[in-house]
Every structure is written in structure tokens, then in C-alpha cells.
Design a protein around this ligand. Sequence first.
Ligand SMILES: [Mn+2]
Length: 390
Amino acid sequence: MKLAHLADLHLGFRQYDRQTPRGGNQREADVADAFRRAVDDLLEQRPDLILVAGDVFHSVRPTNSAILFLFKEVHRLRAGLPDTPIVMIAGNHDTPRSTETGTILRLYEALGVHVVIEAAQYLTFSKLDCSVLAAPHQALAQPERPALRPQRGTTFNVLLVHGQLPGLGEQRGTMEYGGAPVQLEDLAPAQWDYVALGHYHVAREIEKNAWYAGSLEYVAPNPWGQLQDEEEYRARGKGYLLVHLPGSRVEFRPVDRTREHIDLPSIDGKGLTPNQLDERIAAHVTAAKSAIDGQIVRQLVFDVPRATARDLDHAAIRGYKARALHYQLDLRRPDVRRGDAPGSFTQRQTLPETVQTFLEHRPLDADLDRAEFVRLGVDYVARVGREGEP
Ligand SMILES: [Mn+2]
């Protein structure tokens, strides 16, 4: 049999204030497009079983447009693959803090999706001679973690789980806060035909038969670090996994993205005049391997004194910002130790910086303004800090 393993769709994720012609958030549309392309590919590949390993939505209260979008796409899967069961578990992003809040994921049960939100649950698909133990975030976040072991009433036994294995994404801040910690011994990959993991956003083999599928788009945290993680693991961008059982041969199915993340080569600003730095920045824009227009671009510059930053050609920088979907000129002060990226844990951070990094990644309801939320949080911490001063 052939199963499809998807994870971390983060539908409804929003970023930057660029709008689509219809007035939606452009990045939200990008994330939706990636999933639509994955559905297109699923309809061609015709897996016998589809597993979605949590963080279906970016927030517990997604927008109506995100809810409707998923409804249409699941309906498309149901119509095209009527005999293929779909199993969805909740991740840390779509687990309500109180049970009374309820979860919109239940809506998709109306389309025949098997939705598992709280306790771990065995689902048996007798036609496939396959049983799935679905262990959502909530099940693993309990102090008493359930033993994740197969029942062995079927030929195939698959574990579907949303959790955080130690040691991943620590170097570049690419592991999200708030995941349920899980140990490899808890999962016991040798006991299973396959272990489908969600939570870490980079496709990653843990064991031959245990994988993180990764997200379908460069959603938070730290997409630049995710690119570096991919390079380290020789992962091939974003996509989902097609797993052939028995033997768990894993096939990565890349999913095209609407736009690229372009990390321009970093610049050492030490000793450069504002004019010289302007020239280097401009040269990198010109030399970018694909034009920056419509892309998401970062230019890191180390060792830039405040006065140099002030006297840069801000009109030119505004020009780059207008061309790209997002152009981030990341100027680091001379006293900041070199880290790979913002949010990198190798940097020593002040308390307000730590709070800022945390709040920037904390799951939020869709109707909250994150920039304002972060600003308020950092402001409160800074104020308390000042109160302690003489
Ligand atoms: Mn996630």
C-alpha cells in the first residue's frame, strides 16, 4: 500500500502586508496555493491513505476564508479519491487551550475525515489491513504520556504524531515553541511500519521508517534558518512524502511555491562608508540569481554603526522594498555577536529580545494583530526592567 504523509499546512498563516488583487493577504494565498498543488499531486498519485500530522491551521480560530478553502480542497480529495481514508490530528497550533473553545477541525468530519484532537486513538482500516495510532499534540502534552505501541491486529501499523524530538532545529531557531516533547523511545520506530511526524517544518529522516514531512511553505519560524537546515540535510525544499509499504520506501514529492526566499550573501560592513555600503547592497540586488521582484529577500550586513545606517540611501532601499514582496535589510550593530539569523539561539539575547522572539512565534488567533501584540509585550517587559533601575 501507498500512504501520503503531509504535515504543518498552517493554512491561514499571514505575513507582511502585501495584498492579493482580491484583498487577501498575499502570503496566506501562497500557503493556500502550496496546499492546492499538493492536492493536485495527491489526485494523480492516488495514495491508499492520507495522513495529516497536525498544524492544519495556523491558529485555533482560523478565518472564514481559510476554513472554506480547506473544505473545498478536502471535498476535492473526497470526490477524486472516494476510497482513500483521510486522518487529521491537531498540532499545537490547532489545539484549543480549553475544551470549551472546541475546534473547527471537527467540521471536516462531515466530509468523512477522521479527526483526532485530544486523546490518542487507534483507527483501523480493514480494507487496507492497516491500523493507525493517531496521537495529537494534546495526547503528548499530558504529564502521563501514553505508550505508543501497535495493537498488531492488522498487517500494517502506522503511528501518526505531532511532537518535538530533541535536538532538532536548535541551532538556527527553526523548531517552534510549544511542541509536546517526545523521545525516540516513546515512538519506538522499530515497532511500526512507519511513523509520520509533524511539528518540525523541515523534511527530515529520523529513522528509515520515521520522518518529519515538513511544512509545504516557509512559514515561521525563521525561514532563513529552514533554508540552511535543508542545505545541511540535503533536503529538497518543501513537499510531502509518499510512503510505500511494506519496507517503507519514502518518496519526497516536491510542491512548487509561488515565490522564492532569497538570502543574499551577507556583507561585512566594517569600515565601509555609507556610499560604499549602498554600492554593495545595490550590487547584491543586481547579482541575485533570480530577480528580486515579487520574492522574499534578506540582506544581512554585519558591523554597521548607527550613523552609517542612518546615512544610507533610503530611497534606493525603498525601491528594493517596492520591487520585492518583502525586502529585509538586516543591519547588525558592531557589538552584536554574529548569529546565523534573527532568533538564533547562538546569540545571547537581552530579556526584551527573548520576549520578542517568543511572541513573534507564539500561536495567535487569526484576528489578533501580531505586530501590535509583540510591541505591547516588549514594551511591558522593558517598562518593568526600567522600574528596577535606580
Ligand atoms: Mn507547525
